[in-house]
Design a protein around this ligand. Structure first.
Ligand code: GDP
Length: 441
């Protein structure tokens, strides 16, 4: 599922790479492609349009975050928007404050209702609940038997009346049977039709009015794309459902239904099903699906960490110092601390796509970093602020001793520091364009 959409996004991100800043003109093509990719994945037209316009707004209005580049920032914006369109956060299945929680399932024939009854029973059982199934699909002849078999497989109680076509009666008696068994959840499988019709809605209304379910979950076939979204919209208008279950997201589903249903029908997706087996079901988490679509979970957490760790005011001050070539060892130490806050070097490097960490000796990099830190800590504040003082051999000897390194190591660091300052001078004089990695751009 979502393979095509994921590939399209990756291509788009590749094209954005290398831009110094996100601007109206360099975003134009990328945004057009995002819209096309969504439409191709069968996302509802107005959902796609709104999606793109929100990304545009955010990308152009976004403050530049130090420590990440514009591509990474763009990935994060797209990710956040995806999460939002998918519903934001997981909306868990309700649990009645006291007594049995009643879950009514509805949907068109073949959507996967009966199968989902069994899946939900298994899911709840694994959470320590005691579910009970009621087979009130009086329309499809094999449904009641199918439900009974599922209940046996999951080893939970079930109820139906084989010879009855009175759905309400089955439900009422089933609820009594469930109470007798001290069930904590009762799951009602109702009848579907090939299309939404009055008879179906009347039957569902009767059940709803009578048993007042805690949850009315609509089961829709994710493979039907926009039809699934329209079905969800109609059922919601009729029955005021509490959530949606998307089935058949395995195989070559393009995923448009998942991306449109929340925005069009206004109700959260609570579960997704990705196969015929009882275990092929999971609670729906928008962030996990977004991350699966984009395949960029690592970049997203990198940007989040940078946003948390980097004090923008501090970063600006630092930039100013670079520009005026007033950067000293105190600032060096501050930069170190910022990076440290983002985690270990190995962790940070691994999060950056395209960096082949197997080529870098992470242990060595960590060790080097610690060594440099120790040397700077052994300097007096005066020395850090005025690195010229470090020319004196006695000072270098003292620092080496204090930090447990050789004088040579101290010399090396001072030399590197001087080289860096030299380089900054060249950047600032325009001899080398841009401030490169130090500004994170
Ligand atoms: P109902 O009429 O809504 O009760 O539908 P069923 O539960 O009988 O399901 C109809 C068909 O869809 C059955 O063959 C199920 O095995 C199949 N099915 C249900 N959920 C999924 C799913 O998530 N993936 C796939 N591939 N098939 C499913």
């Amino acid at each position: 599922m979502f393979n095509n959409l994921g590939d399209r996004f990756k291509d788009i991100f590749k094209k954005v790479r290398g831009q110094g800043k996100l601007t109206e003109s360099n975003m134009k093509d990328a945004l057009r492609e995002v819209r096309l990719a969504l439409l191709e994945a069968d996302v509802n037209y107005s959902v796609a349009k709104n999606f793109v316009s929100r990304i545009r707004e955010k990308a152009l209005g976004e403050e530049v975050i130090s420590g990440v580049n514009p591509t990474q920032q763009f990935v994060k914006i797209v990710n956040d928007e995806l999460v939002k369109v998918l519903g934001g956060t997981n909306v868990a299945l309700k649990k009645a404050e006291k007594g049995m929680t009643v879950v009514m399932l509805c949907g068109l024939q073949g959507a996967g209702k009966t199968t989902f009854s069994g899946k939900l029973a298994k899911f709840l059982k694994s959470k320590g609940e005691k579910p009970f199934l009621i087979g009130a699909d009086v329309y499809r002849p094999a449904a009641k038997k199918q439900l009974k078999v599922l209940a046996q497989q999951v080893k939970v109680g079930s109820f139906t009346i084989d010879e009855s076509t009175d759905a309400l009666k089955i439900v009422q008696e089933g609820i009594k049977a469930a109470k007798d068994e001290n069930a904590t959840y009762v799951i009602i499988d109702t009848a579907g039709r090939l299309h939404i019709d009055e008879e179906l809605m009347k039957e569902l209304h009767d059940i709803k009015d009578n048993v007042k379910p805690d949850e009315i979950l609509l089961v829709v076939d994710g493979m039907t794309g926009q039809d699934a979204v329209n079905v969800a919209k109609s059922f919601n208008e009729e029955l005021d459902i509490t959530g949606v279950v998307l089935t058949k997201l395995d195989g070559d589903t393009r995923g448009g239904a998942a991306l449109s249903v929340k925005e069009v029908a206004g109700k959260p997706i609570k579960f997704i099903s990705e196969g015929e087996k009882l275990d092929d079901v999971s609670a729906f988490h928008p962030d996990r699906l977004a991350s699966r679509i984009l395949g960029m979970g690592d970049v997203v957490s990198l940007v989040e960490k940078a946003q948390e760790a980097i004090d923008e005011k501090e970063a600006k001050k630092m930039e100013e110092k670079f520009r005026k070539n007033q950067f000293d060892f105190e600032d060096f130490l501050k930069q170190f601390k910022m990076i440290r806050k983002m985690g270990s070097i190995a962790g940070i490097m691994k999060m950056i796509p395209g960096v082949d960490t197997s080529m870098i000796d992470m242990g060595m990099a960590e060790k080097e970093m610690k060594k440099v830190e120790a040397i700077i800590y052994s300097m007096t504040v005066e020395e850090r602020r005025n690195p010229k003082l470090l020319k004196a051999g006695t000072r270098k000897g003292r620092i080496a001793k204090g930090s447990g390194v050789q004088v040579n190591d101290v010399n090396k660091l001072i030399k590197q520091f001087e080289q860096m300052k030299q380089m900054m001078k060249m950047f600032n004089s325009g001899a080398i364009p841009g401030l490169g990695m130090m500004k994170g751009r």
